[in-house]
Ligand binder design. Structure first.
Ligand SMILES: Cc1cc2nc3c(=O)[nH]c(=O)nc-3n(C[C@H](O)[C@H](O)[C@H](O)COP(=O)(O)OP(=O)(O)OC[C@H]3O[C@@H](n4cnc5c(N)ncnc54)[C@H](O)[C@@H]3O)c2cc1C
Length: 465
């Protein structure tokens, strides 16, 4: 296999790095991790024990062919771990680091070549026989293939937020910055009600026990909760999945799912949603662009809440906050955020369309993954787009790519030797950001790279934009 650069130090980068190290080759694997701790990325860097995984311990892992599973590892850290538990994300971060260390030790023992670079990658420039990757410390790595594992982009402020509000210091774009804020707000408003909003509300409730908490989103729907123990699988899931695959429009799909649920009243609806997981990417790929747009506009909110559920302990904390009157959840559209602190948040209620203004000392934006590469300030992605090596997915769900991660360039051709893994592929795969999907993708991509880029030069200059 040829020299490869993985750009991105999160879990996706770690999964791919470990998978590549396991292969027999005399080529070098470069892992460019930026400043973050190797493998933890955004999700698993949290030190807070109440930030829980939303997948049961048995479902979490880093490699398809792992040396030790997560439950075994967690059992050594704390007593009484069960496979069905939703453990702290911090523990999974420890597990990733341990797994990476183990693969590195084996690679060293076998003489497998690799290099770790704790620097940001700023540019990727095509050369006659591969790519030059420019790092922030001015070094240039010459490789045959590059894999973008950069995760989601830094959030951009909502268009409705004024410059004054942004400059006030009372508008927080990065929910994970909360622990660095010293002053307790009297009222904090979170824009968004998804998984990140839940973590933010739980953190704020312990950090500032007297703060009044408000969460606002268009539908005011928090994620549904997982059952305490795994629900029984739906016995007719295979037939249902075959029916869904045969049906080419989203309305028909929803009808089939509803019918399955009506015909089996004992069934836990969550089993049906979970049972669709193996076919979600294929279903998405079969939709036309117009149908995908329709799904995003009308069904995304309910899909996200049903598919990406929270752990029961998190749901209990949220319920308690609501029961105690410390947390209010509004279904309303945010029309504007203005002021110099405190901030005025103007909303229009979904139920009666009445406008009102709420005041808050702190407003936190927690509106989900940003993968709109056409508008990003991410240096590397902007350069790739500008140079035509990558193009945005038409729905701004990442980059245009093939299902196996090969990027499509501005000419509409495959860009040889340039790949992505994880959130940047949502346009093609839709569900590709959770660990079960990431580790399968890393395994498949490592095998593809070995087959497509055997050691030696790969002439790519003719096909670059
Ligand atoms: C809060 C949260 C909780 C989650 N919980 C779960 C869960 O419980 N179970 C589950 O299965 N999934 C979960 N996920 C989804 C998924 O597992 C994670 O998102 C996963 O960690 C994604 O990893 P990643 O490497 O793609 O991205 P990231 O974690 O975002 O890592 C990308 C890294 O690349 C770095 N980077 C970016 N650009 C460059 C550059 N130019 N040069 C060098 N480095 C760069 C970034 O700084 C970052 O460290 C969660 C996600 C989030 C955000």
């Amino acid at each position: 296999m040829a020299d490869i650069a993985i750009i991105g130090g999160g879990a996706a980068g770690a999964a791919l790095f470990g998978a590549l190290l396991n292969q027999d080759s005399n080529a070098t694997v470069h892992w460019i991790t930026g400043a973050s701790t190797q493998g933890r990325g955004v999700a698993y860097a949290t030190p807070e024990d109440h930030h829980l995984l939303n997948v049961r311990a048995a479902g979490m892992g880093l490699y398809v062919d792992q040396d030790e599973d997560f439950v075994q590892h967690a059992t050594r850290q704390r007593a009484g771990v069960r496979t069905t538990d939703f453990l702290p994300r911090r523990l999974f971060g420890d597990f990733i680091e341990a797994q990476v260390r183990a693969r590195i030790a084996t690679a060293e023992a076998r003489g497998r070549a690799f290099a770790l670079h704790a620097a940001e990658a700023l540019r990727v420039d095509p050369q006659i026989d591969g790519y030059d990757v420019l790092l922030a410390d001015k070094r240039i790595l010459h490789v045959d293939a590059v894999i973008l594992a950069v995760g989601a982009l830094s959030p951009r402020p909502l268009r409705t937020v004024s410059n004054d509000a942004l400059a006030s210091g009372a508008y927080e774009l990065n929910p994970w910055n909360l622990p660095h804020r010293n002053r307790a707000p009297r009222r904090m408003i979170v824009i968004g009600t998804g998984l990140t909003a839940v973590d933010t509300l739980i953190s704020a409730s312990t950090q500032w026990p007297d703060a009044e908490l408000v969460a606002v989103s268009r539908h005011g729907l928090l994620p549904f909760v997982h059952p305490t123990l795994p629900a029984q699988p739906y016995p007719q899931q295979n037939q249902l999945n075959a029916q869904l695959l045969a049906c080419h429009d989203p309305v028909g799909m929803v009808r089939a799912i509803r019918q399955a649920m009506r015909e089996s009243p004992q069934l836990d609806w969550r089993s049906v949603i979970d049972g669709m997981r193996p076919i979600n990417a294929t279903l998405w790929q079969r939709l036309t662009l117009a149908q995908r747009r329709q799904f995003l506009r009308h069904a995304r909110w309910i899909w996200e809440a049903s598919r990406h559920r929270i752990a029961p302990p998190s749901a209990e904390i949220i319920q308690q906050l609501r029961d105690e009157g410390r947390l209010q959840v509004h279904a309303a559209r945010v029309l504007g955020v203005d002021g110099q602190g405190p901030l005025d948040v103007t909303v229009r209620a979904r139920a009666n369309q009445v406008m009102s203004t709420l005041q808050a000392d702190l407003v936190v934006q927690a509106t989900g993954l940003d993968t709109a590469v056409a508008f990003t300030e991410h240096a590397l992605l902007s350069q790739l787009i500008e140079d035509g090596l990558a193009v945005a997915d038409p729905l701004q769900l990442g980059v245009a790519a093939h299902p196996d991660g090969r990027l499509i360039n501005a000419r509409g051709d495959s860009q040889p030797g340039l790949y992505a893994i994880g959130s940047l592929l949502r346009g093609n795969l839709w569900e590709c950001t959770a660990m079960p999907e990431i580790r399968a993708a890393a395994h498949a991509l490592a095998a593809n790279l070995a087959a497509l880029h055997p050691a030696g030069a790969v002439p790519i200059s003719a096909a670059t934009a």
